[in-house]
Ligand binder design. Structure first.
Ligand code: ZN
Length: 382
């Protein structure tokens, strides 16, 4: 089925660009997978993992294969995503820096410590609350109310496995301190606002991610999750984007720190998530997400859009993503793409073809009655 999924994706993208592959090994020492038929490679469970891997892999311009162990673990609360270390970079900025294994792999380095990523699964919880897409290769099923889309969950955990996984303490007494000597690239791009310390006069200073791609997308450093002890999202601190009290766009990102959606919506890679991945050192490219699973010249945008990235990849084809749907406003707008003329039209905005490569990040100004885009930033690529 993997082969089929890859072929399908290839036919969706008009340009052939390398995409990272995720190879999943399912490990079931406690037999909670087997009890549910999940050790069968044709099960919806495994197909959902592979579909998530295809979606995420398509964002990474690499022909490497990232290895993932999916481990049955009744001690995990829900799902967990973690990483094994890769290349030891030695001292950077006076700190001992290790690469996530997946990054080493993608960059073509030697890996001896496998798998690159470990996803732990509480099978009983997953069965009760997470809905495996019935058409995972196209994300074509209808997410039932009260359940969370499994592909969203798997993609989220895989991004933790890529390295969105802070090594800072969020316990009150040691807030913001590193709990050991090891840093990963993500850590090097985080800092506390204000005077740079976790708190100032007893008030928490926001931890921010200041990688350049992310800053370009967001218009400034990106706020990372911090909630107080006792909050149900406490375990999300520092390794997620924003928090539940934030306005859009934070809470629609794949890596948001709020509760997972149970309203029928899905999480997708947004430009904010892609910014984190790119800033950690992964070669990221824009991805076309087809909600319906069918690539056509019309792309349906649901709700208020906050971020979009358009990237011309060669003279033959275009890829772009239009992501980040509002959970509350279901008003719809449409964008159309004319592949013969190379023109993307969104409401009043038209970007015409150009002989040069370019990379445009746009931000939509939310306006309930009249959706419109503003050009947020544009960079000409060499
Ligand atoms: Zn998470």
């Amino acid at each position: 089925m993997r082969r089929l999924a890859l072929i399908l994706l290839g036919s969706l993208c008009s340009a052939s660009v390398a995409a990272a592959n995720f190879d999943f090994q399912f490990v079931d020492a406690e037999s909670t997978f087997a009890q549910r038929g999940w050790m069968d490679s044709s099960s919806l469970f495994q197909r959902n993992f592979r579909a998530a891997g295809v979606l995420l892999g398509a964002a990474i311009a690499s022909d490497q294969t990232i290895t993932v162990e999916v481990r049955a673990d009744a001690n995990t609360a829900h799902f967990g995503g973690g990483l094994n270390f890769g290349l030891d970079r030695g001292l950077q900025q006076g700190l001992h820096v290790l690469e996530p294994g997946a990054l080493t792999r993608v960059l073509g380095g030697v890996r001896t410590n496998t798998p690159d990523i470990v996803v732990t699964v509480n099978a009983a919880f997953s069965e009760q609350w997470y809905w495996p897409d019935t058409q995972p290769e196209t994300r074509g099923g209808v997410v039932p109310q009260g359940k969370t889309d499994l592909i969203s969950i798997v993609m989220h955990e895989l991004v933790h496995g890529l390295g969105v996984s802070a090594r800072r303490s969020f316990d009150t007494a040691t807030l913001g301190q590193y709990y050991d000597n090891v840093r990963i690239p993500y850590d090097l791009l985080t800092r506390f606002a204000g005077n740079g310390l976790p708190s100032e006069n007893g008030v928490y200073n926001q931890l921010e991610f200041f990688g350049p791609e992310t800053v370009m997308t967001n218009g400034g450093p990106l706020k990372l999750t911090y909630v107080s002890p006792g909050n149900r999202e406490f375990s999300q601190n520092f390794s997620h984007i924003g928090d539940c009290s934030d306005a859009l766009p934070y809470r629609t990102t794949l890596m948001n720190g709020c509760s997972v959606p149970v309203d029928g919506s899905r999480l997708k890679l947004t430009p904010y998530d892609l910014g984190l991945i790119a800033d950690m050192g992964y070669p990221v490219r824009s991805v076309f997400f087809a909600d319906s699973g069918v690539l056509s010249t019309a792309v349906r945008l649901e709700g208020v859009m906050y971020g979009a990235r358009l990237q011309r990849v060669d003279t033959q084809g275009y890829e772009f993503d239009l992501v980040n749907t509002s959970l509350s406003n279901r008003a719809e707008s449409e964008a159309s793409f004319d592949s013969s003329s190379g023109t993307l039209t969104m409401n009043n905005l038209t970007i015409n073809d150009s002989p040069q490569r370019y990379n445009v990040v746009m931000k939509l100004v939310p306006n309930v009655s009249n959706l419109r885009f503003t050009l947020h930033s544009a960079t000409l690529l060499p």
